[in-house]
Design a protein around this ligand. Sequence first.
Ligand code: GLU
Length: 549
Amino acid sequence: MYKELADLLLPEVKKDVSYYEELYKPRDLKEGEVVTRFAPSPTGFVHLGSLYVTMINRIFTNTNGGVFFLRIEDTDKKREVENGIEGILEALKDYNILPDEGAINESEEKGEYGPYKQSDRKEIYQTYVKYLIEQGKAYPCFCHEEDLEKLREEQEKLKVRTGYYRSFAKCRNLSIEEIKQKIQSGEKYIIRLKSPGDYDRKIKIKDGIKGELEFPENDQDVVILKSDGLPTYHFAHAIDDHLMRTTHVIRGDEWVSSIPLHVQLFTMLGFKVPKYIHVAPIMKEEEGNKRKLSKRKDPEAAVSYYTQQGIPVQAVKEYLYNLANSNFEQWRRDNQDKDISEFEFKINKMSASGALFDHVKLLDVSKNVIARMSAEEVYQLGLEWAKKYDNELATLMDEYKDYTINLLNIERTGKKVRKDIAKWSDLRDVLEYMYDEIFFNKDFEYVYQNITDKDEIANILKQYIEIYDVNDDKDTWFNKIKELAESLGYAREVKEYKANPEQYKGHVGDVSMVIRVALTSKQMTPDLYELLKNLGKEKIQRRFEKALK
Ligand code: GLU
């Protein structure tokens, strides 16, 4: 009778499950090799948390060998957006987290275990649904939203668990005659699992991060096939991860509570249960409370945010490593020159509760990442960013390429490496005053710190331009400033000034500050000697003139 029911419900399904079992043979894996996957919905939005989990999948697969594939979970047609796949692929490409199989653009894919887009797998799901119906393990349900609403109210009144289970599962025991009648009169239906579970019995499972977990068995007759003929997430998960031969399901821990159902589905279908690894979400602290980083509330939840801000991919990645394995930070300190891939990442060292997102820390990581880059690399990546987000800067960087690289090269090596760039948008601050096109078109308030007398400032600048020689080496250059300072009644050395402050008008630092501010409008800049040299005498003079106006 179940066979008859199955044919009645899914007449167009002609294949048998053995067809697919044969088609998608177990993979030829070497001992210890794994199969993992990233299974996003194409909503066009890539959450930092998804990137995090995906990165972990990729690293885990790289470490163990095997296959990491991309599956597009587009069975929820309401959530889908146009070109949603492109957005995902772009993020994966930017972050160099490339799948070995799956979608390569909106319409093409690679790999032997496809289709990798769930909406193209309808027939496969329906074959397995039919298989379950044939065995009396699934059934059609004709309940409407209102019926379920009523059921919920009734259960609340009775103070029992809500849901569609056991005696509350009204359509569970319909006779084939009743079903036929309903179908003939055009009633819509969905397919539910006939759960054999007992809520009073427990299942145990070992999660790769959370360790031993125990749950009541699932006894809910969950929906497995929706009225549009597409499966629910749960059912598709079981079918796809079985047929794609996934060994390790590494996913966000919002799915932990579904473990009993998933184990039940795999078991009922006769599949081997994969290993589960549930990654705790990235959290955010708000008014002393922790909550998940939210797509709705937090701009930094979007991976695109980092691109816009100009935080280099490498920095975001290193930051995520920090969140995942807390010993990464020390490793990075000890191994400044190594590639991140050399770090021995351990999934079981991840914390079972969510890591806290810290923007300041991210920028700090980023500063260090950028500090390790060559001037050329900073230039290239910065320019790429500026071309999209700061046109004026991009034009100048492009026009004055060598000059800009030279500027970026100041204090890039040696004992004290500059760390004034945390994101590419900082480049404007770091560079703009060195381009005459911007410098001479802006009005500044020049703040010279200790020396405030206008005539004194004019005097310093006038005398300084006389003695400045672009060919001086650094010692000669600095000696000249010291001599100038001394001749004007300032101490040559800060020490001397501190010993006898009443004897001097100030010290050499005050005099260099005047030069620095007149030259750049800023009190803090990279090495003054280098800045002067890069500008050259003529430009220096013009800048001094502007300052004196
Ligand atoms: N499509 C699901 C999601 O985006 C996938 C979860 C999983 O990795 O199984 O949350």
